[in-house]
Structures are given as structure tokens and as C-alpha cells.
Design a protein around this ligand. Structure first.
Ligand code: SF4
Length: 284
């Protein structure tokens, strides 16, 4: 299936924001396919970002909504973090529209959380794909978006190289480790612990739009939760991720990153604690 591509050059807008405003980078955990941690934090700061945070706390918060929704629901629920899935269902399977979870994606949730704490910052999302661009552009909490290819162009333009870290550096706030597997196929179902609410046989995990379409053409009535992503392998297969690596190699990078993160000593004030999202809603 052909992807709907938004080829708009966002670079000048991002350069302008970085020059004139205090900006935060909202980093999707799929970044490890193309960049290294913690080098990425320093590279982004050299580029002009004031703060750098990951989306993993946003993922943790929307997991709670999935949990609650699936506890109550009787029929099929389709996961909604991937705009490629949402538009495919809306355009090709309008009868299933009402099955799409009305829950924010991790980036929208994270942008809401960030703006609650730091309303003066401009939020810029680093994306593995183009399909996230319309979503980001229509969200009032997100001020800009660049994909990984464009970010590499900016690093190249400003001669910002990968750093051999001499000093410890970390994301600035809102840490959460276990949701770092969100860009993998089935990452949502696993981290939201859906198996604790519904039977394993009622959960279907599919990556790759052709297989998703096959399922949607004739949905199995036994399935109560379809956790699906447009790209093969999940977001690690996004078009702006490293195409020289296999899905298995990228999958391993995410797992290694998770293992490393679990050993990190994170100060309490940098953790993604539920209280930090108090008063916010991530479902509509
Ligand atoms: S699965 Fe692909 S299209 Fe969907 S959000 Fe991830 S990278 Fe983008």
C-alpha cells in the first residue's frame, strides 16, 4: 500500500524556532535505530534545544487509559498511536471507525504533560516517519516536527558529531524505562499488561499495513484488542529509520537500550511519576 507522504521541508521552521525560542525535543524511543544514547542528548543541546525528553512517560500514561478501556469494552478495540492505522481504518474500513481507541498517542500525551509544566517552551517532535507530521501539525500542544533524516541533515550542517561522553548526561525529565519498547510490534499490549485484563487469545498483534488490512477485511470476532502498527516491525521500521539495518538488528538495539536504561540511576525529580500528569486527560 502506498504511504501518504508529507514532504514539506520543516527544517527552516525548526531552525527559526531554535534561534528565537526555548525549545524542548520530544524524542520517540525509536531514535536508537539512528542515534546513540546519551550522545543524542548532548547533540540536541548543541543544536540549540534547551531541554530533551523522551515520549516514554506519555506512553506510560496512555497505557492506563488502554487498560481502563479494555476492562470495560465488550467488542473490538483498535490501537491508535499510529496515524497510518487510523487513516487506513477511517478511509478503507469506515464501519470500524468507532472501534479505534479514542486515546492520545504517546507524543500528544507527552506534549500535553510538558506544556503543563513548562508552558514557555516550544515542543518539537523528532519522528521516525512522515505519517506523524499531519498529526503533529494539527495538535495545539506540538509546535514543530522533524524526521530523523532532517535531524541528521541539521547535525551535518552544524557539524555536530556523535559525542564520546566524558561526563554523565541524561534526559531532562519524565523518565520511564519499560515503555522504551513501544516502537516494537506489540509494545503497547505488552507494557500496558493487557494480558492481565483479557485472554491472550483475544489479543492480536500485527505489524505491516498489508497484514493489518487482511485482518480488517475479515475481523476475527474473538479478538478484543488489535495492537497494530503500519510499518513492518513497528516504528523501528519507519521510513526515516536506518534502512541499512534489518528489523532484527533494530529490535536488538531497542532491547539493549532498555537493558541499559534499567541500570541507570535516575534522580527522583527526573522520573515520570504519575503525579506529574495530574489533572490531564489523554482520552476523548
Ligand atoms: S508504525 Fe510507522 S507509520 Fe506508524 S507511527 Fe510508527 S513509524 Fe509512523
Amino acid at each position: 500500500m502506498e504511504r501518504k507522504i508529507n514532504n514539506k521541508n520543516n527544517i527552516p521552521k525548526i531552525e527559526e524556532l531554535l534561534k528565537k525560542e526555548k525549545c524542548v525535543a520530544l524524542v520517540a524511543p525509536s531514535f536508537v535505530t539512528d542515534f546513540s544514547y546519551p550522545s543524542i542528548v548532548l547533540q540536541l543541546k548543541k543544536l540549540g534545544f534547551d531541554k530533551v525528553v523522551e515520549l516514554t512517560f506519555g506512553a506510560k500514561m496512555i497505557n492506563r487509559d488502554y487498560h481502563n478501556l479494555l476492562k470495560k469494552s465488550k467488542g473490538l478495540i483498535i490501537s491508535s498511536p499510529c496515524p497510518g492505522i487510523v487513516s487506513t481504518v477511517n478511509n478503507r474500513f469506515p464501519k470500524l471507525k468507532n472501534k479505534i481507541a479514542k486515546i492520545d498517542s504517546p507524543v500528544v500525551a507527552m506534549a500535553k504533560i510538558y506544556k503543563k509544566h513548562f508552558p514557555q517552551h516550544k515542543t518539537i517532535f523528532l519522528s521516525p516517519c512522515d505519517l506523524k507530521k499531519p498529526e503533529a501539525e494539527s495538535c495545539k500542544y506540538i509546535d514543530g516536527i522533524i524526521d530523523y533524516t532532517q535531524l541528521k541533515e541539521l547535525f551535518y550542517k552544524y557539524k555536530i558529531k556523535k559525542h564520546n561522553i566524558g561526563k554523565r548526561t541524561q534526559f531532562d525529565n519524565f523518565y520511564n524505562d519499560y515503555t522504551k519498547i513501544y516502537p516494537l510490534s506489540g509494545g503497547l499490549a505488552k507494557t500496558a499488561q493487557i494480558k492481565k485484563i483479557i485472554d491472550d487469545k483475544q489479543i492480536k498483534i500485527i505489524d505491516g499495513i498489508n497484514d493489518v488490512i487482511k485482518f480488517l477485511e475479515n475481523p476475527d470476532p474473538k479478538i478484543k484488542f488489535l495492537d497494530c502498527l503500519f510499518c513492518t516491525g513497528g516504528c523501528i521500521g519507519g521510513p526515516h529509520t536506518n534502512q541499512k539495518l534489518t528489523i532484527k538488528q533494530k529490535h536488538n538495539k531497542v532491547i539493549q537500550y532498555l537493558k541499559k536504561a534499567k541500570k541507570e540511576n535516575i534522580p527522583e525529580d527526573r522520573k515520570g511519576l504519575i503525579d506529574k500528569a495530574k489533572g490531564l486527560k489523554f482520552n476523548s
